[in-house]
Design a binder for this molecule. Structure first.
Ligand SMILES: C[S@@+](CC[C@H](N)C(=O)[O-])C[C@H]1O[C@@H](n2cnc3c(N)ncnc32)[C@H](O)[C@@H]1O
Length: 388
């Protein structure tokens, strides 16, 4: 039991050797919030250096790079910058919005339009027409927001919807990024209600400052040779739209078992930015959620079944010789250690991939995003497999 508390890494291999070797994936002293990567808060997102290194090592310009658990699009943006074609799937509409906004190819005209929008709202949103038609109508919605904030957010959304693409998507992503901050939700990783006083102009200030920051970051990602990305709202267990043998590299970080509920913590955002049914779409397809695996009699089998379906798809879409780099943590379910890293290696080998190498990387002490009780937080596995 000491091991569980010490580092919560469980492996049959020589752990010390794996940790020592893992430092090449740590990037502790590097800038991890470069350019537009920090557009939207997203729990457990990659630091860009991980997909960047994998893309450099195992792909060529023009190749396809796939991230099945795309999150806020770190992998596909890195792929696009490196001249590769990134494909990302995620079941959560917030992930889809954030990644489309991050990875869009902005022109000087778009930047000018964004600048004009920022100038227009500089003095506040009092001028914006009220838009009661844009207020989400779901039950309990008012429990999470001050009424004045709801009116302000709807008015702001009205202004955003009047813009053209890709400016509209970028503005909506910035809008989504401030939702938790102006709501009664405690934080991005705590779904409890804190009844605090939020002044209506908090919307104006939070949105204005995030937008200004984002506009300043966009030019750094406007590099020559960028390739458009495909972001698809889909369940990673079934991706028939990706052709057999087409992908050169899968680089991904799956949802960690029993660590997080993306559908829940993003729920207020989903109500504001998603279509009808997007909360259910995210909830009903989420793999490994804390809600599901924290039940007193829970066992991890369902998680491995779901991941098995994904692994079958990965084996299908990878080219011969294509690589697969997975970053994942171990976990605890019903007080039992779950050796996720070891199990993934065994399963992927059963699916026909060949095991090349593994490392254990250490997370920076200030960047641990998960619930300490249920999952590993200080170390994670980096697994490399290849399709023979
Ligand atoms: C650890 S996060 C990935 C973060 C990502 N690497 C980034 O840099 O933002 C895991 C993601 O898996 C998504 N997810 C969970 N179940 C899924 C499913 N069945 N299909 C596709 N995505 C899923 C979650 O919505 C979440 O965005």
């Amino acid at each position: 039991m000491t091991t569980l508390i010490r580092k919560a890494i469980y492996t049959r291999e020589d752990e010390d050797a794996l940790v020592a070797d893992g430092c090449e994936w740590n990037f502790h002293n590097e800038e991890t919030k470069e350019h537009i990567h920090s557009l939207h808060p997203y729990p457990a997102k990659f630091i860009p250096q991980i997909p960047r290194r994998a893309i450099e090592l195992w792909t060529e310009p023009g190749d396809i790079v796939y991230d099945p658990f795309n999150g806020c699009g770190t992998t596909i943006l890195e792929a696009s910058i490196a001249g590769r074609h990134g494909i990302g799937t995620d079941n959560n509409a917030v992930a889809i919005l954030a990644s489309r906004a991050k990875a869009a190819l902005y022109s000087k005209t778009d930047l000018d339009a964004l600048g004009r929008f920022a100038t227009r709202i500089k003095g506040g949103l009092d001028f914006a027409a009220s838009r009661p038609d844009l207020i989400p109508s779901n039950k309990n919605f008012h429990y999470w927001f001050d009424p004045a904030i709801i009116a302000r957010l709807a008015a702001l959304k009205g202004l955003i919807l009047a813009e053209n693409e890709p400016v509209r998507t970028l503005l909506l992503a910035v809008f989504s990024s401030i939702i938790v901050r102006v709501s009664y939700q405690d934080s991005d990783t705590r779904y409890s209600r804190i009844l605090r006083k939020v002044a209506a102009d908090e919307v104006d200030k939070a949105f204005g400052s995030r937008l200004t920051d984002t506009i300043a970051r966009i030019p750094d990602a406007m590099v020559p040779g960028r390739v458009p990305v495909d972001v698809v709202q889909a369940d990673a267990r079934s991706v028939p739209f990706i052709a057999d043998g087409s992908v050169s590299l899968i680089v991904t970080s799956p949802p960690y078992l029993n660590s997080y509920d993306y559908h829940k913590y993003h729920r207020q955002r989903l109500h504001w930015i998603g279509d009808e049914g997007s909360v259910e779409f995210a909830r009903d397809r989420e793999i490994g959620s804390h809600d599901e695996f924290t039940r007193h009699d829970a066992t991890p089998e369902g998680y491995f079944e779901d991941m098995g379906a994904c692994f079958a798809e990965w084996t299908r879409v990878l080219k011969k010789g294509g690589s697969c780099l997975i970053v994942v943590g171990d976990s605890i379910v019903s007080k039992q250690a779950v050796h996720v890293g070891d199990k993934f290696v065994d399963m992927l080998v059963e699916h026909g991939l060949s095991y090349k190498k593994r490392w254990i990387r250490t997370l920076h002490s200030t960047k641990r995003a998960f619930n300490v009780k249920n999952s590993r937080i200080s170390h994670e596995h980096v697994l490399l497999l290849v399709k023979p």
